[in-house]
Design a protein around this ligand. Sequence first.
Ligand code: COA
Length: 693
Amino acid sequence: MGLIFNFFIHKLDNSEKGECLMVSVEDIKTITVVGAGTMGHGIAEVAAMSGFKVYLADISDDILNNALGKIKWSLSKLSEKGQLRESVETIMSRITPVVNLKDGNYTEEFAKVISQSDFIIEAIPERIDLKQQLFKFLDQHAPKHAILATNTSSLPISEIAAATGRPEKVVGMHFFNPPPLMPLVEIIKGDKTSDETVSVVYDLAKKFGKQPVVVKKDVPGFIVNRILGRFLNEACWMVARGKASIIEVDSAVRYKLGFPMGAFELADYSGIDVFYLVFTAMVQRGMKMTGCPLFKEKFDKKEYGMKTGKGFYEYPAPGKYVRPNIPKDAGEKVDVVMLMAPAINEAAWLLENDVATMDDIDKAVMLGLGWPKGVFEYADEFGIDTVVNALKKLKEETGFEEYEPNKLLVKMVQEGRLGRKAGKGFREYRPVEEIAKETLLIRLEKPIAWIIFNRPDKLNAINDKLLKELSETLDELELNDEIRVVVLTGAGRAFSAGADVSSFVGITPIKAAIFSRKFQEVNLKIEYYTKPVIAALNGYTLGGGLEIAMSADFRIASETAVLGQPEIKLGIIPGAGGTQRLARLIGRSKAKELIFTGDYIPASEALKLGLVDKVVPPEKLEDEVRSFALKLAEMPPLAVMLAKYAINYGLETNIWAGLAIESSGFGLLFSTEDMAEGVTAFLEKRKPKFKGK
Ligand code: COA
């Protein structure tokens, strides 16, 4: 009570002075983005898409016009893909360009704009003198409640904040390139940043439709660049030490680790100069990392990658991207534990020093780097002892201090927390057995079976093989009495992006109809499966992917999931039950709208439409699905099956048939041991143990 009272007085005091302190994200109406380069214009686009009035500031009209042109182009692309809920013009009309510097001085117009802004974020060049000068000016002109954020990836937040009289309101808000597409935002606390500021910026990132992670201490490189730095550096050292070739490493990274790009491919794609400068800045700020000479060599030769036409790979012309050809089996002999051990060691350091939580670190690598699994999940899978041994070996071979295994890892080994094989490591595990098929990974975690679509490099596109394996696996699991619930999900960033479009080339209408029919049969098998089926939608759930998901009993989606039936854009219609099940789930008109337009919708909208049952943060999806599956698994299997039949068949036929199924099922259940157990347990006031008999 006292606290609340004080709070109001405090607020009143300030508002009387016309300086109401910001208390929530709702107070943010106007945003200024300073710097209209790659990151700045992307951030302005994101803010305008989220409904904010945006000022975009830079030093000349030319730069600003160019930036506005790029925003418009990007919005039109999103609109073409059906990912905008408003017109390009409406969003553009929220952005006002402002020239902020003239003859070396900040303009009056800029000062006026700043005085009207509730949130200001800068993405100007990475020079501390420039940033401090800007923040001093912002501090002088911005309203007292305004938060000042920096998108820096390499400079200390606290040093930037020191130029202001409000360090508690200065925060790092680090977007990834390109901001409109990349879901991750790192929120960095400077030494004096207040918890309130962090929480407002966290909510703002959510309002932007992003996934924030909190970096509690201002360490160089934050989470993503530290882990990526270790990983790329090790990949590079592996080649520099003659242990493997560039192609071998990249093949192992893509096909054995399942990353979206090889290490060298990524360096070339994003720019070797960019990484070289960021990593050098991190080292200058105190991170112990011995830079691999190949990066410096390329940097000195100005062979930056795709943009210069040559990096680790060659490109047809500067700026013309052709994906390097990397054979799938080239990485066979590469030891991926050696490759990942320094990155895992870094993640352990972040955790040990309380820089971020385990969930946030895993979320950061999955959403910021597109890794199909969190870094701690890899560690647990490799085995913590194996990782520690790899680090020791690296240290022995090189003498580099930075390979010293982190205390946390050493302690885990001493305590027997060795990872998945021990049932506990960074996380806890139920005993599992894994079966890898060509396109699926089946994880038996009794009483749950996870069927994981496993073509992550193709966003789990569904081909004949996948359909066949899915159908066979369902049959096998149906006969396994120890499995009570089946979960369908995808490896990497998609549940499934739909039928494999490459197999459509040259296909005859009759073959297409047969494919459709086969796909429908698998979906019917899911819909009328004798055990409950949950679809865990971890990312893109499009076309055939959505049709599979709609056949399941439940759909639980990650906040990052994107759903849609885009077939119309290929000149076809959904062929695996989409026209039927979508209409049944969300009604005719909405189904028609999605199918006629091919629009994609985010998980939040799918929830409103009733297309998914629950939406959870990405790092919680697996746990959420597991606990729901375990709850279902405790129920009497025959009763669950008969309830499912009565509901599903009843809805497809008529109430009389439905009621007949219900009453015969009801009667039949009285003959089961489970019914006797249920009633006895009730009378004995204990939890029943159903056996499925
Ligand atoms: N069939 C075959 N391959 C597919 C696929 C599909 N349905 N969806 C994605 N892929 C492949 C891509 O071709 C690419 O392969 P490559 O690396 O060998 O070129 C890889 O998966 C990654 O996809 P990409 O398009 O590069 O990722 P993105 O993040 O830029 O875009 C999507 C993601 C989902 C928007 C985009 O992949 C897409 O539109 N997919 C097709 C969706 C569709 O129409 N489904 C219905 C089919 S009936």
